[in-house]
Write a protein that binds this ligand. Structure first.
Ligand SMILES: Cc1cc2nc3c(=O)[nH]c(=O)nc-3n(C[C@H](O)[C@H](O)[C@H](O)COP(=O)(O)OP(=O)(O)OC[C@H]3O[C@@H](n4cnc5c(N)ncnc54)[C@H](O)[C@@H]3O)c2cc1C
Length: 411
């Protein structure tokens, strides 16, 4: 671990980078990356490329694979320092929060050498492909099939709710490789090039008009044997690791929907003349308390990661805390902006009307806040995990425990 003066130098590097490239949280409202770039891709790529040029991307990834080759302690310093800034990198959150640590942890040398450097600098973007129409909470029951044919795998099936697949280059796909085994035992994880023949990505349009998710169809998609990540039929343990990376990223990462919003909302309440309202003041105080609590939970989880351990059920605690906090943030924002959360005007925004700009921005947050309770496993699923693995409560009954997947009835 580096000494205090070395820490100060590193913090200063991170701070200077963000002064150059980002806006500080609490600065007045702006619309973000704009309607011509609904996914925020241009801004995300520019930010990530600049980070890589500054030697601050992929902090704990070895230098030989295109990372910064620094320590988990540096990662923690980065996360804490960068949390004060709006970082336009949400389009990369799955790529960097989940796919990168998976490749780094389970990839062969050849896989790391082939993929990681581009991923680190945002030149390629990756997504996570677990959920299917018949397998969400019970993801181990999934049906997408991968079959070894000579020295190639063939992939057939369908994924759904795949965040960002419409702009991604690669997916980490969990597929069934042996239906004669019980459901958790016959799965494997693959690296799939989404530009391959037979991959059909269809965006799903949300009520806000945004296109964050996709359904993705695989029809006789072929890729080399070497695209297997980990071992054949060991995919469930990789999937669990990846879900824990996701839960840590959602619950204990520093940016995006997970950032501390209290300073910004206090500023907004002042700007809109709402800071004398008793209920607004109470909501802001309550939010402050819960953000601080979540910060301590997050620090504990990040310490687990920094110690080189794959996080266990504490990832579920972080994720549940983050999901509940997002809803609390949403309610506080709505109490401040009142009816502007339901209607705002583009014309007023052109006239720099703060209430209208805040209306659009926070109603977008409002739509997205509920989804955090579903993504990466629902709140109920996290409570089940915490109940079983932290509190030692009895497991959920499973009438088909140990049965071959192919013998279990499905819809
Ligand atoms: C914002 C967002 C992003 C996402 N991104 C991705 C992605 O990139 N890749 C991907 O693969 N998937 C993604 N998903 C899908 C997500 O993982 C699933 O929506 C989630 O696992 C729930 O599955 P489901 O929607 O099929 O609901 P279901 O599993 O059908 O659940 C329906 C309801 O039943 C409850 N329930 C189910 N089982 C139990 C149980 N055993 N005990 C108690 N309650 C239970 C659930 O809590 C829920 O309320 C995303 C979802 C969202 C909202």
């Amino acid at each position: 671990m580096s000494g205090p003066s070395e820490d100060a130098v590193f913090i200063d590097r991170v701070e200077s980078f963000h002064v150059e490239n980002c806006r500080r949280i609490g600065d007045s409202v702006s619309k973000g990356s704009g309607h011509d770039d609904p996914d925020g891709l241009t801004a995300a790529r520019a930010y990530q490329g600049a980070l890589a040029d500054a030697g601050l991307a992929g902090i704990t990834i070895p230098f030989e694979y295109g990372g910064a080759g620094l320590t988990a302690h540096h990662q923690e310093l980065f996360t804490q320092t960068a949390a004060a800034w709006y970082r336009p990198d949400s389009a990369l959150s799955i790529s960097h929060g989940m796919c990168l640590p998976m490749l780094n942890q389970y990839g062969t040398h050849e896989q790391k050498a082939a993929y990681i450097a581009d991923l680190v600098r945002g030149a390629t973007i990756w997504c996570q492909m677990f959920s299917e129409p018949g397998a969400g909470s019970d993801v181990a029951g999934l049906e997408t099939r991968a079959v070894l044919d000579g020295d190639e795998w063939t992939l057939d099936g369908q994924k759904v709710w795949t965040s960002g697949a419409h702009y991604c280059d690669f997916g980490l796909v969990v597929a069934r490789t042996d239906p004669s085994l019980p459901k958790h035992q016959g799965l494997s994880m693959f690296i799939v090039d989404l530009h391959s023949p037979g991959v059909d990505v269809r965006p799903l349009v949300q009520m806000s008009g945004a296109r964050g998710f996709n359904e993705v169809f695989f029809n006789d998609v072929r890729f080399p044997q070497t695209n297997l990540l980990g071992e054949v039929n060991q995919g469930w343990s990789l999937a669990v690791s990846m879900l824990m990376f996701e839960r840590v990223s959602i619950g204990a990462g520093g940016g995006g929907l997970n950032a501390k919003r209290n300073p910004e909302l206090i500023q907004l309440a002042q700007d809109l003349g709402r800071s004398d309202d008793r209920l607004v003041r109470q909501a802001l105080a309550d939010l402050y308390i819960h953000e601080e609590i979540k910060d301590y939970v997050a620090q504990r989880i990040r310490a687990t990661v920094a110690a080189g351990r794959v996080p266990g059920p504490e990832g579920s605690i972080a994720k549940l805390t983050g999901a509940l906090l997002a809803r609390r943030t949403r309610d506080t924002a709505m109490a401040i902006i009142e009816t502007s959360g339901q209607a705002w005007s583009q014309l007023d925004q052109q006239r720099q009307n703060l209430r209208s700009a805040a209306g659009e921005k926070w109603s977008n947050f409002c739509y997205n806040a509920a989804g955090i309770s579903l993504a990466g496993g629902t709140d109920e699923v996290q409570r089940n995990i915490i109940g079983e693995r932290v509190l030692g409560l009895p497991k959920e009954p499973d009438a088909f425990k140990g049965a071959a997947w192919q013998d279990v009835p499905r819809n």
